[in-house]
Design a protein around this ligand. Structure first.
Ligand SMILES: Nc1ncnc2c1ncn2[C@@H]1O[C@H](COP(=O)(O)OP(=O)(O)OP(=O)(O)O)[C@@H](O)[C@H]1O
Length: 321
């Protein structure tokens, strides 16, 4: 199947980006379609901001290519400018202007902007219209940044940690605003350290570590690769070698809440039913010994499990590659 230009809003192919001798991004690839939110997650210094800055046209790739609607964004060409907007980590607004003046200034520079009241309403800052930007809280400033970004009706939105500094309620409200943008057909590239944010919003996601994409896919696909877990507190006087081998499950001893936990991981096809079947022999073993399995649980892997596996290096390749 050939991909037409309109199928892909953002395309990153084998991107490399170096600062002097240091290669911060080492050959990453992904695409984002209109109406899709792609979350770029990763450890500190993984290369997420460098990637977004390259897509915004601030940096020329040292290898590979990036395209936004088929156009090279380097230098922010006039053809792209009205179609793209961003919430960056550091906003460039004037602290002395009021919220309404800031919005009006941005409207003056836009071709077909949303109305000031509509923006204030959307980002719940109507009661702060006359307040100087410097008097806003950190979370309110982030909301103003988001308002300034959606004011130009962009088709592509880059959101670099857009909810930093927000309390949980404001963060949820902001997810709703971002979700509405995606529902309206905007292609969104989001970076965040809040895994719940990615779980709530992302259609697809990638986890970067040291300049490389280590995991990519849908949330369901990414966690399914890590399998289901059967876990319980390791009973007193039971050593790991005393525990039964369960069919199709791999045993590891973790430390949780300062005490050892037994964790069996079941991976592969039909993981849920195989995990259930593995429970039988485990319970039979416990009954035979008269041992209680405290805090026994059977659960799927979480995005946090996958993230931590990437961060500690135990997941060093894209599964299946
Ligand atoms: N201007 C620069 N000059 C030299 N090195 C840089 C520069 N900007 C970033 N780096 C380095 O490149 C790497 C990637 O940085 P980047 O900011 O892209 O990571 P990140 O994934 O956004 O990190 P974080 O989650 O901590 O914001 C880091 O090791 C960083 O120290």
């Amino acid at each position: 199947m050939t991909t037409t230009q309109s199928d892909t809003a953002i395309s990153v192919r084998e991107l490399r980006q170096a600062y002097g001798d240091f290669e911060a991004v080492r050959g990453i690839s992904f695409t984002v379609s209109p109406g899709e939110l792609f979350a770029l997650l990763g450890t500190n210094g993984a290369g997420k901001t460098t990637t977004i800055e390259t897509l915004e046209g601030f940096r020329r790739p040292t290898g590979g290519s990036v395209r936004v609607f088929g156009v090279d964004p380097f230098g922010q060409p006039a053809a792209l400018r009205p179609r793209v907007n961003a919430v960056l980590q550091h906003s460039g607004v004037f602290e002395e202007l009021t919220v309404a003046e800031t919005i009006e200034l941005a409207r003056d520079l836009a071709a077909d902007p949303l109305g000031t009241d509509a923006v204030l309403e959307t980002v719940s800052l109507a009661d702060k219209a006359g307040v100087a930007v410097r008097q806003l809280s950190g979370g309110q400033k982030r909301r103003l940044d988001l308002g300034l970004a959606i004011l130009t009706r962009p088709e592509v939105l880059f959101l670099d940690e857009p909810t930093t500094g927000m309390d949980p309620e404001m963060r949820r409200e902001t997810w709703r605003i971002i979700g509405d943008q995606v529902a309206d057909g905007v292609a969104v590239l989001l970076t965040t350290h809040y895994l719940e944010e990615a779980e709530r919003l992302a259609d697809r996601l990638a986890i970067m570590h040291r300049g490389e994409v280590r995991v990519e896919g849908t949330l369901a696909g990414v966690v399914a690769e890590r399998g289901d877990r059967i876990g319980f507190r390791l009973p007193d006087r039971v050593r790991s070698e005393d525990l039964p081998r369960l069919p199709g499950a791999e045993l590891a001893i973790d430390v949780r809440e300062g005490v050892p936990w037994a964790v069996y991981t079941v991976t592969g096809a039909e993981v849920a039913s195989r995990a259930h079947r593995a429970l039988g022999p485990l319970l039979a073993w416990a009954q035979e010994r008269g041992t209680t399995l405290e805090r026994l649980e059977l659960r799927g892997a979480s995005l946090e499990d996958v993230f931590l596996a990437v961060a500690d290096g135990s997941l060093s390749e894209i599964p299946g590659n």
